[in-house]
Design a protein around this ligand. Sequence first.
Ligand code: KG4
Ligand code: ZN
Length: 339
Amino acid sequence: MQDILVLGIESSCDETAAAVVKNGRQVLSNVISSQIDIHTLYGGVVPEIASRKHMEKINQVIEESLSEAGVTLSEVDAISVTYGPGLVGALLVGVGEAKAIAYAAQKPLVGVHHIEGHIAANYIEHPDLEPPFLCLVVSGGHTHLVQVREYNTFEVIGCTHDDAAGEAFDKVARAIGLGYPGGPKIDKTAKAGNPDAIAFPHAKIAGAEFDFSFSGVKSAVLNYLNQCEMKGQEIVQADVAASFQKAVVDVLVERAVAAAKKLGEKRIAVAGGVAANTSLRERMQEECKKEGITLYYPSPVFCTDNAAMIAVQGYYGYIAGKRSGWDLNAVPNLKIGCN
Ligand code: KG4
Ligand code: ZN
């Protein structure tokens, strides 16, 4: 069989990324230009700055990804790009670029759903992983339980009613003075804290056993901080971080494992930025082992935003015959399983 090379492009939030992937599984290059430093100055992602930074970096990042992979644009079989969900201005830079180079080089264009890309990140280091499986998607903007039926067929069986898990991490980190980006900072700080120091709520949604809600735990942390301040009580940052993290991780693990048991899924994959969380990985591993479920998760670099995952999902779309037209546009609120 002839090798298939896909160039992936990702610009939905604050990473400008390009990657070349061979046959959907072998990463030949994975270039990521992070904007974290500049957004840190503002305590979070500033959409207009993100778009401008993508515009500045995108050609350089693509050039680097091709040269690192040792291929030219003409040797690539298809170009895949994230077209949603995400920040509209940020997405437009990647989509515009992908359309321009696909048009100029006369290559097929495959638009990829960002979350489907996160799920596909699991294929990179797990050659044995193939659908069907259950995926817990936990990113800055999404918390979903997804049944991956086939490479291009997804069924959402649970989602958050308010904040995403990563969003809660980011907001709580800001409130306890850890700053942006919150997830990795809480992860690190929590290691020195007592997860049972403060009992934060574990929200359940009546009538929707696999759905999530994280605004309650976030508000509980804010109330706790206010009460401490009013009482003149010292805040132990590590204990708050560890207790908050436990509340979130408990719920994610419990619901993912319950869903797998109910659906008869013997494999769970975790995807998205929060999948890099040490405690989530450990707790998932423990509970999956008890239930005889095999757990998959990507290395941290493939958990957070990257273009390799977009090239992987782009490959599975490409071999299934998916093609995007020259009218491909950014869709900031793109639903999963719609493309
Ligand atoms: O998937 P991602 O890179 O971007 C989105 O698609 O949203 O996820 C970013 C989110 C942020 O909220 C960040 O705080 C969180 O993932 N995150 C983590 C960790 N690393 C990144 N959350 C908890 N623990 C981590 N180690
Ligand atoms: Zn993402």
